[in-house]
Design a protein around this ligand. Structure first.
Ligand SMILES: NC(=O)c1ccc[n+]([C@@H]2O[C@H](COP(=O)([O-])OP(=O)(O)OC[C@H]3O[C@@H](n4cnc5c(N)ncnc54)[C@H](OP(=O)(O)O)[C@@H]3O)[C@@H](O)[C@H]2O)c1
Length: 331
């Protein structure tokens, strides 16, 4: 039976591991630092609109995780951490009595990062890469604890093979996720779904900016419009989200203890004092595509620059403002 080895005990990894374990689907969580200690001692503290549960998910660090031939790796680290994690895992042994040479790179790996970069990083080492766009309102501000502001479904995923296609492994994953209360569908063209997600994620760092709500909303609209133009020029037409809502299911946000709106994963990184933010893989992906296809991206480049420099200076959310971003874009 497939076991999902979830690498990265943050918001997405904790939520996914808890839901799979609650559905009695084999799962092993790979954690490090304080998360490892807390989950090993107390389980995952999983809060959703129905309440809080301690979920006793099996957990270990990489050295303590013995891979088996039926394992599927699930990468739930941030995009800027993915290449390192893939490199750490690819050449680890798999304990397969039928094949003494088996390595992790022979196992399927599901990559869940926002942005468009992880698939190529994974394909550099792994032969079978499953790629997904994931919608999940998950917040983790303390080690081992996650609040997900939706139930049934807790998340919505579009999953296919990278770079394209679909197969029985994707179908099996979709079925397991559905058993775990997560809506999912398989697609033979996952890239448009990743592109659609990126249109929203170019706004993640806007939550870190000072200014009025109106100013932030206007900037977000313009960032998304600029991103859409670039994606279309690059031949990456975003998928139609309304179609998926209809056919697969949609997230319904409900009041949930420990979850506050307007705190997407970049905000959570800064609030936790993380050592890096994902902006170079979100706004930076649009900037990269713009440079490759000769499309100007002044707003995405300005946001990436202003937030990157503010993070490097160790500033708190709200220190740099919408006006700072507009001033850099106008230069
Ligand atoms: N949060 C959401 O609601 C949400 C929704 C949709 C998509 N996403 C996307 O999903 C991805 C994951 O986001 P997230 O919010 O779950 O990030 P996160 O909370 O920062 O979690 C990432 C976790 O991975 C751990 N990690 C990093 N490298 C590792 C390694 N080599 N080995 C073991 N653990 C490692 C990190 O540990 P350290 O803290 O020690 O670095 C952290 O606990 C991102 O691409 C994000 O954009 C997030």
């Amino acid at each position: 039976m497939t076991r999902y080895v979830v690498i990265g005990a943050g918001a997405v990894g904790l939520a996914l591991a808890a839901r799979l374990h609650l559905a009695e689907i084999p799962v092993a969580l790979v954690a490090r630092g304080a998360s490892l200690d807390v989950v090993a001692r107390d389980g995952v503290r999983y809060t959703d609109p129905t309440g809080t549960r301690a979920v006793a998910v099996p957990v270990a660090d990489r050295a303590g995780t013995r891979l088996a031939p039926d394992d599927v790796l699930v990468l739930t680290v941030k995009a800027q951490q993915a290449d390192d994690a893939l490199g750490e895992w690819a050449w680890q042994p798999v304990h397969d009595p039928a094949d003494p040479h088996a390595l992790a790179a022979d196992l399927p790996v599901l990559v869940l990062q926002n942005g468009l970069a992880t698939e190529a990083q994974a394909l550099r080492r792994f032969a079978t890469v499953l790629s997904a766009s994931i919608l999940v309102p998950a917040q983790s501000l303390e080690p081992g604890a996650v609040a997900v502001a939706a139930a049934d479904p807790a998340a919505v995923l579009s999953i296919g093979l990278a770079p394209d296609g679909t197969d029985a492994r994707v179908d099996a994953l979709v079925a397991d996720l559905q058993r775990a209360g997560i809506a999912a569908h398989s697609t033979d063209d996952v890239l448009p779904w990743k592109a659609l997600k990126l249109l929203g994620n170019v706004n993640n760092a806007v939550e870190l900016l000072g200014g009025s709500d109106e100013e932030r909303k206007a900037l977000s609209r313009e960032l998304t419009a600029e991103a859409r133009t670039v994606l279309e020029e690059a031949g990456l037409e975003p998928a139609d989200g309304a179609e998926r809502d209809e056919a697969v299911g949609r997230i319904r946000i409900q009041p949930t203890e420990g979850w506050e709106p307007g705190r997407a994963s970049t905000f959570q990184s800064v609030a936790r004092g993380a050592s890096s933010v994902e902006t170079d893989y979100l706004n930076g992906e649009i900037v990269l595509l713009g440079r490759l296809h000769e499309v100007p991206t002044p707003l995405n480049a300005a946001l990436q620059r202003v937030v990157g420099a503010s993070f490097a200076r160790g500033e708190a959310p709200g220190t740099v403002t919408v006006a700072d971003v507009r001033a850099v874009a106008a230069r």
